[in-house]
Ligand binder design. Structure first.
Ligand code: HMG
Ligand code: MG
Length: 345
């Protein structure tokens, strides 16, 4: 449940962060990172992605990771021993602050692979899997949509129809991402009305959340405000969904170091749900210069600090988040070194 002063935090580092990392992080380290983030008190962790491993080899172990997370579902002492949780997972499972776990799914094939993995291997019949949410993704820019998914915006929406229907059959909630809500790396500035048009379609199709992605971190407080106002007007206000969560989410990349200012502007506009990556993992493949990739998502630590300083609350414990950030940095450093030497960390 979200109150007027409470802000919902989704950490997307295991997906958006690691998909843009040069190195291949091991499934063990991904599993530990997800547990650390849940124990730190974020509301949701986007764990991985069921996209083509040819496009995103960093997340080719998505089924293995989901199976491992789900083995903890409804875990009593017996199944905990069976899956050998990390201390952070054990702490999270013993606590009473639920975290949602979600995955990115682009099409029916990805949905099939996800559903195959999304069972609790320890107790397939009794305990529900821990992953109860999927995210589909499209864009407000035709060129970006083609480059990112090999499909026009309309074609991506058609692909979502059976995916959303399967999600609803399995009682999973659905997030719908829109990329390039401020600007596109190929088309330049994007008109807010184009974002609002796509947002309205995703809402009509049954998405519980509409997630506004400033993919290349081009936003300023002014452009972010104008875009949020256009989306809010088209959706009939910034409502809560059937789960009591804000429908509209803001997903900022910090390419030019202005994401923090945009968070403050978005709070003033009424946004109460944000994405971020612990340690600012990842980088933007569409910005930066050779050998110097642009920064990734806004760091979760920075996001939480800005939100708390502005007088809002989150469920996040900053000291525990700092531990997750430290672990994330060390695992990525290890993976980069292994990649440079030609292996997996
Ligand atoms: P496609 O090539 O158009 O698909 O990919 P296709 O249907 O023609 O199939 C081609 C091959 O891919 C086939 O294999 C399929 O089986 C396979 P082949 O016969 O050649 O061996 N394939 C798959 N394999 C595994 N899982 C699947 C899958 N689908 C097809 N789900 C597709 C279409 C969307 C899958 C592809 O374009 C893709 O994977 N793109 C990756 C896009 C991506 O992951 N982008 C990053 C995430 S979005 C993002 O970061 C933005 C966000 O953070 C918000 C923001 O910041 O703006 C969310
Ligand atoms: Mg992103």
């Amino acid at each position: 449940m979200t109150t007027a002063k409470q802000v919902r935090i989704t950490d997307v580092s295991p997906r958006d962060g690691l998909q843009n990392e040069a190195g291949q992080v091991s499934t063990d380290d991904k599993f530990r990172l997800v547990g650390m983030l849940a124990a730190a008190g974020v509301d949701e962790v986007e764990c991985t992605s069921f996209v083509s491993p040819k496009w995103v080899p960093q997340l080719a172990d998505s089924a293995a990771l989901v199976t491992r997370i789900n083995a903890l579902g409804g875990a009593g002492p017996a199944s905990l021993e069976q899956v050998d949780p990390t201390p952070e997972w054990a702490e999270y499972l013993a606590g009473d602050s639920p975290c949602e776990f979600s995955v990115l799914v682009p099409n029916e094939k990805g949905m099939e692979s996800f559903l195959d993995a999304n069972v609790n291997p320890a107790r397939p019949m009794e305990a529900p899997p821990l992953v109860q949410k999927i995210a589909v993704f499209t864009a407000a820019s035709e060129t970006f949509s083609k480059r990112n998914t090999n499909a026009t915006i309309a074609e991506t929406l058609e692909r979502f129809v059976p995916v959303i229907s399967r999600a609803q059959q399995h009682l999973l909630s659905v997030r719908g991402y829109i990329s390039c809500v401020i600007a596109c790396p190929f088309e330049g500035p994007i008109a807010p009305q184009r974002v609002a048009d796509v947002a309205a379609k995703l809402a009509e199709m049954g998405c519980d959340e509409i997630d506004l992605g400033d993919t290349i971190g081009a936003g300023t407080p002014e452009t972010v405000t104008t875009m949020i106002q256009a989306v809010s007007q088209r959706l009939g206000g910034l409502r809560l969904n059937r789960l009591g969560q804000p429908v509209v989410v803001l997903h900022l990349h910090d390419t030019f170091g202005r994401a923090g200012e945009c968070v403050r502007a978005a709070l003033d506009c009424g946004i109460r749900s944000f994405d971020a990556s612990v340690a600012g993992l990842g980088g933007c493949p569409y910005a930066g210069t050779p050998g110097k990739p642009a920064p990734g998502n806004i760091a979760t630590e920075l996001l939480v600090r800005i939100i708390h300083d502005a007088g809002y609350t989150t469920g996040v414990r900053p000291a525990r988040l700092a531990e997750a950030a430290s672990f994330a940095r060390s695992t990525v450093t290890k993976a980069r070194a292994a990649a440079a030497a030609g292996g997996v960390s």
